[in-house]
Design a protein around this ligand. Structure first.
Ligand SMILES: Cc1ncc(COP(=O)(O)O)c(C=O)c1O
Length: 359
């Protein structure tokens, strides 16, 4: 009896992932309504409509393809990750599609909602008490079971094709070609792994666009100080309240050299902004989208003050339904010691006057 050629399984696995991509439509690019006399257009790339509900759908597919083409993922390989969030949900979806076991290392504080979502796609959660131990524990689990550590924080910038191949940047520029300002002045994104900002930063340089890339950073995160000081070893040791973005350390996939600006954003402002978004557009998004919006508003106010016209693009990263118990729950907001009212007033004043007071 001939032993099956492992390459055959790998070929079929890549076919299955390609077929899934082929069945999926591209995500929309919505307009956020601004006063037309401003001469500035704001666009929202809606990544919440991916089959697994977030921008991480793209990354998860790329990370698994990267493991397959490197010969590290084979029939029966257990896939391991360190993520309690969107990435784990998307990786569980693809692992299930390939008939592979998926285990993700998560802090014991992870919300029941997130756990249920990961388990819905057949994933298993492995708990650690100390959130800073997720990386080491994932590596240990992978070597213990001869599994493969997908390692989003290290490999996100390597696994994503920054030249194109329908990456998020190529998709955005393709969807802007018929607009009055097809080459945006700014692209504003948050950073978890840093993979999304690296993709945009590299793509605009590769395509020789003048577009600048800004990263918005929530409280407790290491990216703002790390980027400003050029220190890749900068740490805060504290977790972020805005799920998906902000990290206790500067992650390996954060490529500071392709980022033109990092803007610190208060968590209360992020959470006020998603309420404004829902009221003005009916889009229901998670907190990291609010952080993006606040950054975009600040940069638009700066453009207006300089008499600049143009377009700005940011992301809807995931849907609001995941955050009913947190970002959209007033008791949770109060329990976090957050007061949204002054931030709400600042946003409303900006949308009425175009001025953003930085106080
Ligand atoms: C909801 C959400 N927003 C934004 C991001 C940031 O993306 P990246 O990891 O590419 O920096 C993430 C990443 O996990 C996320 O889950």
């Amino acid at each position: 009896m001939t032993t099956p050629d492992p390459r055959e399984w790998c070929r079929d696995a890549i076919r299955v992932l390609e077929a899934d991509a082929n069945r999926s439509a591209d995500t929309h690019l919505h307009v956020f309504p601004l006063p037309p006399e401003w001469g500035i257009d704001l666009y929202l790339k809606d990544e919440s409509v991916h089959p697994t509900g977030s921008l991480k759908h793209r990354l998860a597919r790329s990370l698994i393809l990267y493991g397959l083409v490197n010969g590290r993922i084979r029939k029966g390989t257990t896939l391991i990750e360190a993520s309690s969030g969107s990435t784990a949900v998307s990786e569980a979806y693809f692992a299930q599609m390939l008939g592979l076991d998926f285990v993700t290392v998560v802090p014991r504080s992870t919300s029941a909602e997130k756990i249920r979502f990961i388990e819905f796609y057949g994933g298993r959660c492995h708990y650690v008490d100390d959130p800073t131990q997720i990386y080491a524990e994932a590596e240990r689990l992978a070597s213990e079971c001869s599994g493969y550590y997908l390692d989003q924080f290290t490999l996100a910038e390597r696994a994503t094709d920054w030249r194109g191949n329908n990456n998020i940047a190529e998709s955005v520029f393709a969807q802007l070609v018929a607009e009055r300002f097809p080459i945006p002045t700014w692209i504003v994104v948050g950073a978890g792994t840093g993979g999304t900002s690296a993709t945009f930063g590299r793509y605009v340089r590769y395509r020789r666009h003048e577009t600048r890339v800004a990263v918005v950073d929530p409280e407790n995160s290491a990216y703002y100080e790390g980027w400003k000081s050029g220190r890749t070893d900068y740490t805060t040791g504290k977790p972020s309240r805005i799920e998906g973005i902000g990290r206790p350390r500067v992650e390996p996939s954060f490529i500071g050299d392709v980022i033109d600006e990092v803007l610190p954003v208060r968590d209360a402002a992020s959470l006020a902004a998603i309420r404004v978004l829902r009221e003005r557009t009916r889009h229901w998004a998670g907190g990291s989208t609010g952080t993006n919006l606040v950054g975009a508003f600040q940069l638009i106010a700066r453009m207006l003050a300089a008499g600049e016209r143009g377009s700005v693009v940011t992301l809807i990263c995931d849907g609001g339904a995941r955050y009913e118990a947190t970002h959209y729950n007033d008791e949770w907001i109060t329990s976090q010691g957050l007061d949204l009212a002054p931030e709400r007033a600042r946003i409303d004043r900006f949308l009425a006057t175009g001025e953003w007071d930085l106080a």
